[in-house]
Design a protein around this ligand. Sequence first.
Ligand code: UTP
Length: 294
Amino acid sequence: MPAEIKPIRTAVFPVAGMGTRFLPATKAIPKEMLPIIDRPLIQYAVDEAREAGIEQLVFVTGRGKTAIVEHFDHAFELEATMKSRAKTLELLEPTRIRPGNLVAVRQQVPLGLGHAIWCARAIVGNEPFAIFLPDELMIGTPGCMRQMVDAYAHVGGNLISVLEVPREEVSSYGVIRPGARREIDGMTLTEVTGLVEKPNVAEAPSNLIVSGRYILQPEVMHILERQETGAGGEIQLTDAMAQMIGSQPFHAVAFAGKRYDCGSKVGFVEATLALALARPEMAAEVRAIMQRLL
Ligand code: UTP
């Protein structure tokens, strides 16, 4: 990696949203704690960060979100009781975080994703950082952030993961205006020349949507500092990123894997079925049940 490209050591997980699409399930339980089989959504995102070599985790939490932080606490009584059952203790392994590597900051009012990221500014400091939206479940080998970190080592700057969707779906997402494409180490990197949040189908610059993984330079915090509101009256991350285009390198990498939108109910069900079918210990039974139901 060229010396001027600083490594990514910090991951920010904005988890302060209200999760209204899953009410009443999310009245007392954070959306990020809803499990796909036996792991809450946040666990999949943290696993992906660690696979990419990122150890410093910053959770941007809000009211009613303490369970997310507690999930990664040392469960003293539980572990004492389970001590004799070695296998059960093993199941807690993914929840262990090196002391000092987890920081929680509060977003007192959910003013938008951009605002949530800005709330992490003191921890991020003057270093590039990664962002994970845990309700977008990215399954692949290597994982999405691992692929992005590998691409970043070549180009530096800002990098987002994108996904092709049917054109009529673009108005629910951030959409990129694609520029030149190039291949590096088997990955396709597309220059990003523009970004629009939730465009009309007719005005959308492409059908490539921003999916929930980002590597950004710290300058984005200066732009978010202005607290400008965009689509839906929220402080949008997409708008802040759009302002960095032209002054810093900005690339999109197409994720070679599968993305499940677990912020939507249908996407959540799809992820549950797909991951169950990928589990050798339950695949046959689940397939038989699905066939019966159909
Ligand atoms: P969503 O747009 O999915 O909103 O946020 P939400 O509140 O989680 O869910 P719904 O739409 O009401 O069902 C995308 C990501 O941004 C975070 C969310 O936690 C989620 O990870 N977010 C959003 C914040 O942290 N703060 C905000 O003010 C808004």
